[in-house]
Design a protein around this ligand. Structure first.
Ligand code: NAD
Length: 532
């Protein structure tokens, strides 16, 4: 069997490649050779794209984009919906690839990856014309003129993505970029390149222009090459340390970028929360995708009055979870996608226990083929422990007792990250009051993990969680250059009195005008500025 490459993927149909059988690698080039985290078996090797190939891919994308951008937006939307339909038709196949490559449960692969993308494609395809329609701007001062902005595609958008949602994250950027009239080149994580290549094969089967969406598998050097290959914008999703390097590489090229970085989502369980729902939310939010989500519940602040019953229920629910190889049976918790995260988990647990934490569930890796770590719950935690301050990105939920809403808010905000947060309370008013005080890009009340699926809402972080937003109507506009056009509403004389030549007389007229307009609460100022 041949090695999977971005280039030969153009010639294959969706059903022709296997992700699980070992394959020959090209001797002359770097190859990604991953093992399935589900069972430790080798996955198909993937050739790393060279910097020259990345540059060539961006050039081809530019040429394809020129014709695509001329197409009316309604036609682009119709073609993108064809791609969505092909993804839905191939959903089982995509789920199989995701499960082999990540070890995540089939339900999560279907709902959190495929469904999220299909829904996002529908929303943006049906709304792109409205969102990208020109907008007029009324001018309060230059009333003889009129302005509007219109949105022109940027060109080629680069996408660099992580391994935790290796389909939903890149494809959630690819689809709006295409609708906006751009071409896209995706550099998937070296940990999970196969699902991106599968998406590309399905795309090619729909008859859309092949060079308009390309995948360049590789590592950090491939990502760096993409930034330096003449793209007009980068959407990066990954860790904070990498994000800083990537942002500075973008700065050196003056490539505008969106930075979707780490998260440390707090969950505040207020004194009046529904204990059963909150316990279930902690277990789901902490252990779905084995805790490897930027919006996973990474720390819990539980009010003293409900702390003990909440912990008791969380422990019972964790003990009911079925963990195992998602490619063999329906399990609740699958494997750890990137094996090194198990070392991170072990270090964080050891540090917490040394500083007084109690392990009430789990605490260890599972010794079996593949990468498995027990869903772990820690209590008696405090901010002196790394587990409460550093991103875990694994199946650990640390819990700390609080005495008031204010203490919960202060602890939630005592973080260098600010992506997502959760508040649980039976009082909507109280929950919203708390939510608005939390420094996070999104706060969800009485639910967990769902806001990434609400594609009409902005998603992104504060502080070191990054800048810029994906999703939401503005994200589609930001895939474009916002261009301003200004024109006259009334005929103007050939000799414009504001232009040359200057004279004492014209200066005196303008000077009087300034006085009439702005001195005191002048009548003209009130009228022009519509001040009541
Ligand atoms: P990572 O930062 O290690 O890698 C992300 C991507 O960057 C990969 O494709 C990698 O190959 C590439 N890369 C590495 N060095 C590069 C360089 N110098 N130039 C260009 N590209 C380079 O992240 P990861 O381990 O794949 O993912 C986990 C991280 O992603 C976590 O911190 C998580 O919180 C974050 N994440 C954030 C969001 C969000 O929306 N905010 C979503 C998912 C994951």
């Amino acid at each position: 069997m041949a090695t999977v490459t971005a280039l030969d993927s153009r010639k294959k149909k969706a059903s022709e490649t296997s992700v699980s059988a070992p394959a020959e690698a090209s001797p002359e080039r770097k190859t990604i050779r991953n093992l399935s985290p589900a069972d430790g078996e080798p996955l198909a090797p993937v050739n790393v794209t060279t910097p020259d190939e990345v540059r060539a891919a961006v050039q081809r994308a530019k040429r394809a984009q020129a014709a695509w951008a001329r197409m009316p937006i309604e036609e682009r939307a119709e073609r993108v919906l064809r791609f969505r339909d092909a993804l839905v038709e191939n959903a089982d196949r995509l789920v199989d690839v995701l499960v082999r490559e990540t070890g995540k449960p089939r339900n999560e692969a279907l709902l959190h990856e495929i469904l999220v993308v299909a829904d996002l494609a529908s929303y943006f395809a049906h709304n792109a014309a409205r969102i990208l329609a020109p907008q007029s701007i009324s001018l309060h001062f230059l009333v003889h003129r009129a302005s509007y902005v219109h949105y022109a595609p940027k060109g080629v958008i680069g996408v660099i993505s992580p391994w935790n949602f290796p389909f939903a994250i890149p494809m959630g950027d690819v689809i709006p970029a295409l609708l906006a009239g751009n071409a896209v080149v995706v550099k998937p994580s070296e940990v999970t390149p196969l699902i991106a290549l599968e998406a590309k094969r399905i795309y090619d089967s729909t008859g859309l222009p092949e060079d308009l969406f390309q995948v360049v598998p590789g590592d950090g050097a491939t990502g760096q090459a993409l930034i330096e290959s003449g793209i007009q914008k980068l959407i990066f999703t990954g860790g904070v340390a990498t994000g800083k390097r990537v942002a500075s590489a973008c700065g050196a090229q003056l490539v505008p970028c969106v930075m979707e970085l780490g998260g440390k989502a707090p969950l505040l369980a207020l004194s009046d929360c529904d204990v059963e729902r909150t316990a279930r939310a902690i277990v789901y939010g902490g252990f779905c995708n084995s805790g490897q989500a930027c919006i996973s519940v990474e720390r819990v602040y539980a009010h003293r009055s409900i702390h003990d019953p909440l912990v008791r229920r969380v422990k019972e629910l964790v003990n009911e979870l079925k963990q195992g190889d998602a490619s063999k049976s329906f399990v609740d918790v699958g494997s750890i996608i990137f094996g090194k995260q198990m070392e991170v988990a072990e270090q964080l647990i050891a540090d917490a226990v040394a500083k007084g934490a109690e392990v009430v569930a789990g605490g260890e890796r599972v010794h079996r083929a593949g990468n498995y770590f027990q869903p772990t719950v820690l209590t008696e935690c405090h901010h002196g422990m790394a587990v409460m301050r550093e991103e875990i990105f694994g199946p650990i939920v640390p819990i700390q007792r609080i005495d008031s809403d204010e203490e919960g808010i202060a602890l939630a905000n005592d973080s260098h990250l600010g992506l997502n947060a959760y508040v649980f309370s039976k009082s909507r008013e109280r929950a919203l009051r708390v939510a608005e005080k939390i420094e996070a890009g999104s706060v969800v009340v009485n639910d967990v993990m769902l806001n990434y699926g609400a594609c009409e809402t902005p998603f992104g972080g504060l502080k070191e969680s990054g800048f810029g937003r994906v999703h939401g109507d503005d994200s589609l506009r930001e895939m474009c250059d916002k261009r301003h056009v200004n024109y006259g509403r009334i005929p103007m004389p050939s000799r414009d009195p504001l232009w040359f030549p200057y004279s004492q007389t014209s200066y005196s007229i303008f000077s009087k005008g300034l006085e009439v307009l702005f001195h005191g609460a002048g009548l003209v100022q009130r009228i022009v500025k519509k001040i009541p």
